[in-house]
Ligand binder design. Structure first.
Ligand code: GRF
Length: 190
């Protein structure tokens, strides 16, 4: 069995999709860590029976918040750290310390449209092919090595809401798959 910890900031739909898929395997989601006290991901965690921790960033330095996250990670000792809608940029110290162990999902076909407006920027572009990217996390903003992408071709008649729904459907399909495949590899390496 290999274990993952998931970091979120809000809705937590990817967190839930991953938990549901992983529950069908020998692996385990050990905990969810969220920086927003009122995030819906806490409701999901309770329903899923996953231990959840609030680590605030508001009103304090990033290094203090990261120290708390790091302490939790040291205690939980996961094989994999999964960012799922975690809206904080991790410091170079954190990404270096956990190099090769942190992954993220981005709602665009990287290297296009990094940052927090991936969906809106993809939608506003003239690109016909849109999609999502799972990648390793490095010190940059959505710059780490790509693990997998899934795309679809739009007609151009879709609304932003419709595109957003398709993007989330791609995320919920490939992110759990990649997490389970990585947990399988990490388990074999033990
Ligand atoms: C997803 O679109 C993800 O790609 C982006 O933030 C969103 C999080 O959604 N980084 P959710 O919290 O998993 O529902």
């Amino acid at each position: 069995m290999a274990e993952a910890v998931i970091l979120t900031s809000g809705n937590g739909s990817n967190f839930q999709a991953i938990c549901e898929a992983v529950s069908e395997t020998e692996h385990k989601i050990a905990a969810m860590i969220c920086n927003k006290k009122d995030a819906y991901s806490f409701v999901r965690a309770e329903k899923l029976g996953i231990p959840a921790y609030h680590v605030p960033y508001l009103g304090r330095d990033r290094k203090d918040a990261e120290k708390e996250i790091d302490e939790l990670l040291t205690r939980l000792h996961p094989d994999l750290i999964v960012l799922a809608g975690f809206m904080k940029l991790l410091s170079p110290e954190m990404t270096k310390k956990y190099e090769g162990k942190i992954i993220n999902i981005h709602p665009a076909l990287l290297p296009k449209y990094p940052g927090t407006h991936g969906i809106e920027e993809s939608f506003a572009s003239s690109d016909k092919e849109l999609g999502v990217t799972v990648h390793y996390v490095d010190a940059g903003m959505d710059t780490g090595k790509v693990i997998r992408q899934k795309s679809f071709v739009r007609t151009g008649l879709e609304s932003l809401d419709e595109i957003e729904t398709r993007i989330h459907a791609c995320e919920h399909e490939i992110y759990p798959q990649v997490v389970i495949e990585l947990l399988n590899c990490l388990e074999e390496e033990k």
